[in-house]
Unconditional design. Structure first.
Lengths: 475, 381
């Protein structure tokens, strides 16, 4: 099954939806694809439409408005579709509930958002240890607690959001461990002041936690986690310095049912890496990100990026940037004049710039600190799909591996079902600290499929004699 | 690294795939002061991303004697290379599902048997006894006891260790932009301005050989195939043999870790300049369709990764291995169909020749492929 459209937008978070809406308003035929069953992305993730009651009522009104506007638009939406390939020219392949489909498009907007990062520690792969973003999915879309008694740890704004969400859903929070100090949170106050609403929300979360007696421990981190005989998690926690280095003394144990831990986000670049566009390393913007011009054109004509996939900037900036990208595609395809384009985008760009200041302040809190990497013990697994430990990575580096792709071939690190999405940033950082830079270490080459593809759904059993085959190989 | 090495190397090998790396290894072991250069890293192109096949069912008939020796060397790699890179012997089956494929199977088995491959035709029942995972609707099969596979992505690490131990000067990430000749021999210029002097030169650049040979004023067209490989996630054991189809459009094997590798030479998008750019979705579907037909249990698993490897081919689809015509002490090795299988043997053969000994088997004279029209010597940007 196939269709031809002006533009395919991959990802229905705020960036993708706004891009799709802006382009559709200009008269373009737009198809919006997402693997989730509703629009909103991670930030406005919605409960399944079949759920009734409190969970629906709790959905972020911003997300509800986004979905309402999308439903009323001329955008063709295809949810529950896993996009697995984008070919130059363009062809977008996806696997949906009714099997494989593809779209031909003049332009593609990649709005794939971000993915979470966890700095590994012994025990991080145990059941019950989940990412902060994973915890928000459970809370927002399923109304499920990670555990009855939870520890929340890591760095960045998701800490308070997850801890407050657990309390609201009726769970307990043993403690919140934050790598940053209060002073670091407030260091960028002019940027924070640009979004009073978000600062207020953060303050409310904090107040709710303090009221419930939840200790919020700054400059503390998880050192290791083991299982108790009862199947709970025993977490060893302790103080760290400003670089993330564990400090001697004062470590103690906490027993919990679940640990939600996260160390920031990285940009999702599956599509841009696959299409070999130019990338640059930007520590504060989510690691390796595609190089773009001021209106988010990549180095490949017709391929645009919007939102956190173009570098972390947060939901508000993603929406403004998405609109800008939608309009830019409309202009580049000749649907709007340059004059009317210039007039429309000027205020959008101002708005996006303002929104980005807040996002940048948050991104700074999420950035890796060098000693966090040095603190990873040798026997800790870095690549959880293939069980590759830090010691194996260090041994390969000592033997001469200098790029992450060489490391992948030597150790299988990044070869598993996640395609290196989880370990890629950490492994690049560890390798570069063994000799070289993030630039020389590079990033995992983009490969299809973007997500593991069930083979039996991709191809059905067929009549062999009816297959069209290329000429046989020579003798 | 300084601007120039003071003493010339006895030999400089350009291209660190399995062909070049093996040649360099045996030159160093033969006593030559040897350097090996690559624009990227050791065995990270075709030699690191191929299907790691040790099959004789797909080998060009004329190359069977070489492939059989290459296969033996891979299986004994711990002895001469110093590492086990997952080489495993396994039975091999080539299947026929249509009457036309039956005829093809018979003809191909005959040609390969004539060259020494111990291939025999078996009934569907016998085939299913050898490999119970097969689709029982097959009409015929060819069986070869000598088959197997190597974990190709481990090749680079193994060679790096061996080359370092043998004293080869390895220069990775060192693209060569041109070669000059002077009274001392060859002067190899890197893109960073570095120069390496050498008494002898070996070009082993795979699909980049056309460019390399032009540095010496030789015009030899080299075709670039862009082969697609597909790997599944780990799954329960569903096969233990190497399975193909008579038309050569499928190769299947399951590794010890449970992943199944699907190959067969389906083409993707790419070229020597851009590398393997991207898989073609319809070619993925076609390839996977054959795989599922041959071993139906593959319908249970998921595809994790698709990638492309560049394979070189000459005008007559036969290798070029040996001294270059009209250029003193300059050699070429490459463009071997199923080249990974025979690479250790062929690299060793060429090293014998460069070391001034008589190779155990005939080489493949490149002179036949040189086109008359001379080209201007040029440096690539």
């Amino acid at each position: 099954m196939s269709a031809t459209v002006d533009v395919v937008v991959v990802g229905a978070g705020p960036a993708g939806v706004e891009a799709a809406l802006a382009a559709a308003v200009c008269g373009l035929s737009v198809t919006l694809l997402d693997e989730a069953s509703q629009a909103g992305g991670q930030v406005y993730r919605a409960p399944p439409s079949t759920f009734r009651g409190a969970l629906q009522d709790a959905a972020d009104p911003e997300g509800v408005r986004l979905r309402t506007r999308l439903a009323a638009s001329g955008v063709t939406v295809c949810f529950d579709h896993i996009v697995w390939s984008v070919s130059p020219g363009f062809r977008v392949d996806a696997l949906g509930p009714s099997g494989p489909r593809y779209w031909s498009a003049k332009a593609v907007i990649a709005a794939a958002g971000a993915q979470e990062r966890v700095v590994p520690f012994p025990g991080w792969t145990l059941p019950g240890v989940i990412g902060l973003a994973g915890a928000t999915i459970m809370l927002k879309s399923q109304g499920v607690l990670p555990g009855r008694r939870n520890l929340v740890a890591g760095q960045g704004p998701l800490l308070l959001a997850v801890a407050a969400g657990i309390l609201k859903a009726g769970g307990q929070v043993a403690a919140v461990l934050d790598l940053a100090t209060r002073a670091e949170w407030l260091a960028d106050w002019p940027a924070l002041a640009s979004r009073v609403d978000l600062v207020m929300r953060g303050a409310l979360w904090r107040a709710r936690l303090l009221r419930a007696g939840v200790p919020i421990l700054h400059r503390q981190a998880v050192r290791r986690v083991t299982n108790t005989p009862q199947g709970q998690l025993r977490a060893m926690i302790g103080p760290v310095d400003g670089a993330g280095r564990p400090m001697t003394g004062a470590a103690r144990e906490v027993v919990v049912d679940a640990l939600a831990v996260g160390n920031g986000l990285t940009s999702s670049t599956d599509i841009t890496r696959l299409l070999c566009v130019t990338h640059r390393y930007d520590e504060l913007r989510g690691g390796w990100v595609p190089s773009v011009d001021e209106v988010f054109r990549t180095s490949l004509p017709g391929l645009y990026v919007a939102g956190d996939g173009a570098g972390l900037a947060g939901a508000a900036a993603a929406a403004a940037d998405g609109r800008l990208v939608g309009l830019t595609v409309a202009r580049d395809l000749g649907y709007v004049s340059s004059a009317s384009y210039d007039e429309t985008v000027a205020p959008l760009r101002r708005k996006a710039r303002r929104a980005r200041r807040f996002g940048t302040a948050m991104a700074r809190l999420m950035a890796l600190r060098p000693a966090q990497l040095d603190a990873i013990p040798p026997d800790t697994v870095l690549c959880r799909c293939e069980d590759v430990t830090r010691a194996e990575i260090d041994a390969a580096a000592a033997e001469g591996a200098r790029t992450v792709n060489q490391l992948k071939a030597w150790t299988r690190c990044g070869m598993g079902p996640c395609q290196g999405r989880i370990c890629g940033d950490i492994v690049g950082a560890v390798l570069s600290r063994a000799g070289g830079t993030r630039e020389t270490a590079g990033f995992f080459t983009g490969r299809t499929p973007f997500r593991p593809l069930p083979l039996g759904q991709l191809v059905t059993e067929t009549d062999y004699a009816a297959l069209t085959l290329p000429p046989p190989a020579p003798l | 690294m300084g601007m120039a090495e003071a003493d010339p190397f006895d030999a400089v090998v350009i291209g660190a795939g399995a062909m070049g790396a093996t040649t360099a290894l045996f030159l160093a072991r033969g006593g030559m002061r040897t350097a090996l250069l690559d624009r990227g890293e050791i065995c990270r192109e075709a030699s690191g991303v191929n299907a790691g096949t040790l099959t004789l069912h797909m080998t060009r008939a004329a190359l069977i004697p070489y492939a059989m020796r290459g296969r033996e060397l891979w299986l004994k790699s711990a002895e001469w290379l110093g590492s086990d890179i997952g080489a495993r012997a396994a039975p091999g089956l080539s299947l026929a599902f249509t009457p036309a494929e039956c005829a093809m199977l018979e003809q191909r088995a005959k040609a390969r048997t004539a060259m020494g491959a111990p291939i025999r035709l078996v009934t569907p029942r016998e085939a299913c006894a050898i490999e119970p995972g097969l689709n029982p609707s097959l009409l015929a099969a060819a069986f070869c006891a000598l088959d197997g596979h190597v974990t190709a992505y481990l090749t680079g690490r193994a060679y790096r260790r061996a080359l370092t131990e043998a004293g080869v000067a390895v220069f990775e990430q060192r693209p060569v932009v041109g070669i000059e000749q002077d009274d001392r021999g060859y002067c190899v210029r890197g893109d960073d301005g570095t120069l390496l002097h050498a008494k002898r030169l070996v070009l082993a650049g795979g699909v980049w050989l056309e460019t390399m040979l032009a540095w010496l004023g030789l015009r030899v067209p080299v075709k670039c195939l862009v082969n697609q490989l597909v790997v599944t996630e780990r799954m329960r054991p569903v096969m233990h043999s190497v399975v193909g189809i008579a038309n050569g459009l499928l190769s299947l094997k399951q590794f010890e870790n449970g992943t199944v590798l699907i190959g067969g030479g389906w083409q993707g998008i790419g070229d020597p300049v851009r590398g393997g750019v991207e898989a073609i979705p319809d070619n993925l579907l076609g390839n996977v369709q054959l795989a599922r037909h041959a071993v139906p249990a593959l319908g249970e698993t998921r595809i994790v990764r698709i990638w492309l490897g560049l394979e070189s081919e000459t005008a007559d689809a036969m290798p070029m291995i040996g001294p270059l015509p009209g250029v003193d002490e300059a050699y070429v090795i490459g463009c071997v169909h199923s080249g990974y299988t025979s690479a250790p043997y062929l690299g060793r053969l060429l090293a014998e020749r460069v070391l001034g000994r008589e190779p155990e088997m005939p080489l493949f004279d490149p002179a036949r492929l040189v086109q008359p029209a001379p080209v201007q010597r040029e440096e690539i940007a």
